[in-house]
Ligand binder design. Structure first.
Ligand code: FEO
Length: 397
């Protein structure tokens, strides 16, 4: 159902209430594929939706205007959740000019193999719609090389595509109509899992938007989740904070266990950390989804990875998590590994340390291991190890 967000601009996107997994990212609250229709002397549709929702999308648009009245199909991003419906929409909106970024054009043609006449735009290009004007702002790598934002004047609305999004599905589509803490929590998870590794690029883009171009932003309309209209500054500040790779006095203990020995070590390590008054959180990888843990990684100063040794190597869930982690370039300052082993003293812990080094964490602390089940002395050593890491964490900022 379309919703008029301000006079003449409509939300015509899709609510995907039942989405629970977005290529490996858990979406307990569903998600949305946002699209916006600007009705002026000329009519522009900003962004598309995921293919299976095309018929519903068409219905939303046609409650406002017939598709053949659309003049411009502005496609800020190629990824399927924002482009798949274009195949059908472009057939029905037969008078519309497709607009993408310069890097988007070859991508759209390759992805969809259509004979589309795409007009590429670059930074600063403008499009007059009548009373309104659009300015284009390519933002490569937020989140793909083709990604672009579109800025609408005089309303000062930034159609930001993936940036500032959240995987959350709400019937009320504005930030101030929802629980802000839940929205910010989803924005944090989204940032951590989707763009954390691009923080330098995001910082430069934020600088360009706010300092170089001095764009005033009254409303941010992302391509997922709610629209920011009352907390616009807040989400920009959050992005600045996360992109600066700030960490808190917090240690994450992430582990899996076969016969509870590595788990006992995890609990003893946590005890040591707690005695130093440092916050710690413990996650068993069999029980918690990777994408939820990554949200916690975003502001953790230390990461401690626990793995048993199995077949002379790392435990599968731990290996999988570390593969995901290292691609996201965590901002942690220190890291280490711990775990139990049976007959082979070298294996899982060493493999975990290698992965942490590849994740480019600046300081890797000497690990701690025990054979079979930890005895009281070994648990005391784990506690002491955790305590020393907490002291180190307090000394860093
Ligand atoms: Fe929501 Fe990069 O797609």
């Amino acid at each position: 159902m379309p919703i008029e967000i301000i006079d003449g601009i409509y939300y015509v996107g899709i609510h995907d209430w039942n989405l629970r997994n977005f290529h490996g990212y858990s979406t307990y609250r569903g998600s949305t594929y946002n699209s916006y229709l600007i009705v002026d002397d000329k009519i522009a549709l900003i962004d598309q939706v995921k293919g299976p929702f095309t018929e519903e999308f068409i219905k939303n648009i046609e409650e406002i205007v017939p598709l053949d009245k659309i003049d411009y199909l502005i496609c800020n991003h190629l990824e399927g959740d924002h482009s798949q419906s274009l195949v059908k929409i472009s057939e029905l909106a037969k008078n519309a000019q497709i607009i993408t970024s310069e890097r988007g054009k070859p991508g759209f043609l390759k992805m969809y193999k259509k004979d589309w006449d795409i007009k590429p735009v670059k930074e600063g290009d403008e499009l007059n719609l009548g009373k309104r004007k659009l300015k284009f702002l390519p933002v490569p790598m937020i989140h793909w090389p083709d990604s672009m934002m579109t800025y609408c004047l005089p309303d000062k609305i930034l159609f930001s595509n993936d940036a500032f999004g959240q995987h959350i599905c709400r019937s009320k589509i504005f930030d101030d109509e929802n629980d802000l803490n839940k929205i910010l929590d989803e924005a944090k998870k989204y940032y951590a899992n989707i763009v954390m590794h691009l923080s330098g690029i995001i910082l430069r883009a934020l600088k360009k938007i706010t300092e170089d171009l001095k764009l005033e932003i009254k409303m941010i309309c992302p391509s997922h989740g709610v629209i920011w209209r009352s907390h616009t500054l807040k989400i920009i500040e959050k992005y600045l904070y996360w992109s600066n790779r700030n960490t808190e006095e917090k240690v994450l203990i992430i582990y899996d266990t076969m016969w509870h020995s590595t788990e006992k070590m995890a609990m003893a390590i946590a005890e040591g950390i707690i005695t130093e008054g440092v916050e710690t959180r413990i996650y068993n990888l069999t029980l918690t989804d990777n994408s939820d843990i990554i949200k916690e990684v975003l502001d953790s100063r230390a990461l401690l990875i626990g793995t048993p040794t199995i077949n002379n190597g790392i435990f599968p869930t731990v290996g999988g998590f570390l593969t995901y982690l290292k691609g996201l370039k965590p901002p942690a300052k220190i890291a280490s590994a711990f775990g139990s082993y049976g007959w082979s003293p070298k294996g899982g812990v060493e493999a975990a340390l290698e992965e942490l080094k590849e994740a480019k964490i600046p300081e890797i602390i000497e690990p701690i291991k025990c054979q079979f089940t930890p005895d009281p002395e070994e648990l005391e050593a784990c506690k002491e190890w955790g305590k020393n890491i907490a002291i180190k964490v307090k000394s860093l900022s």
